[in-house]
Design a binder for this molecule. Structure first.
Ligand code: SAH
Length: 264
């Protein structure tokens, strides 16, 4: 079942969130979550030893990979000769990708490093103009959180901010035994498809700020959590302020932002 020759294998580094997939069929299924509609370029984050990359290279797209670990990069350079010019040895969170793709669209995919899951999503959201699709695997709880609707326990900042711009689908669950080393939690694969109209009808910066602030205290009313905005009593009397953030849909948060915008 192992996909790579033993003598060349990279030993997993915990601080880099390395859990290598050792089941080819799962890697293939993850690769197949890409629809390849409306883009030619695909960026895989954290290819490791290339178990997923191999399937991407068979597809009708141009695959780039970004990997922080030099040992994994050496392995890829030695084993995936065609990929060589498109291996980026950088930290995804810090590297400016706009020019790599010459401002063209690209999709993101990966069996992501779980220790930086939320940060990967936030960075992708910042680059949403260039990213029509985002597929891949997170720890199950994070994948569920991203896809969940208002009124559920896991609904939060990631859910609202992602779903403001993308349709989110939870696709399937992956158990720990197909990884080396096995993670302590189950994993979940999702697909995010950018909405046709992904410009919000409100101040987008203020929207991010409002959502983040509202969820600082998820059990409290919006009125309480948004005190730092110094809103007028008149505005705060509106019934939306009686509600808790977990009860508000994306549309509600947009409406709330529009109200705040007028007030401050
Ligand atoms: N896709 C491979 C490896 C998954 S483990 C597989 O399925 O087997 C996660 C990978 O992300 C590791 O290779 C790790 O080195 C890499 N990684 C961790 N942090 C990163 C970062 N900030 N930028 C790019 N790659 C990173």
């Amino acid at each position: 079942m192992a996909s790579n020759p033993n003598q060349n294998q990279v030993k997993a580094k915990k601080h880099l969130g390395q859990h290598f997939l050792n089941d080819e069929s799962v890697a293939e299924r993850i690769g197949d979550t890409l629809t390849l509609k409306d883009y030619k370029n695909v960026l895989e984050i954290g290819p490791g030893m290339g178990v997923l990359t191999k399937y991407l290279l068979e597809k009708d797209c141009t695959t780039y990979v970004i990997e922080i670990d030099s040992e994994s990069v050496e392995y890829l350079q030695a084993n995936y000769l065609n990929l060589e010019p498109r291996i980026i040895e950088k930290d995804f969170l810090k590297y400016d990708l706009k020019e790599v793709f010459n401002y063209e669209p690209f999709a993101i995919i990966g069996n992501f490093p779980y220790n930086i899951s939320s940060q990967i999503v936030f960075k992708a959201l910042e680059m949403r103009q260039q990213i029509p699709e985002f597929c891949g695997m997170f720890q199950k709880e994070v994948a569920q959180r991203i896809c969940s609707k208002e009124g559920t326990k896991v609904y939060g900042i990631l859910s609202v901010l992602t779903q403001a711009f993308y349709d989110a689908e939870y696709l399937f669950t992956v158990l720990p035994n197909v990884f080396n080393p096995p993670p302590k939690v189950d994993s979940g694969v999702l697909r995010l498809t950018r909405k046709e109209n992904y410009t919000l009808p409100c101040d987008e910066k203020l929207f991010f700020k409002t959502v983040k602030q509202a969820f600082q205290q998820r059990r409290k009313t919006i009125r309480n959590s948004l005190k730092i905005f110094n809103l007028s009593d008149n505005l705060k009397a509106s019934s939306i302020f009686d509600r808790r953030p977990e009860q508000l849909s994306v549309q509600d948060f947009i409406a709330l932002t529009q109200l705040i915008e007028k007030d401050i």
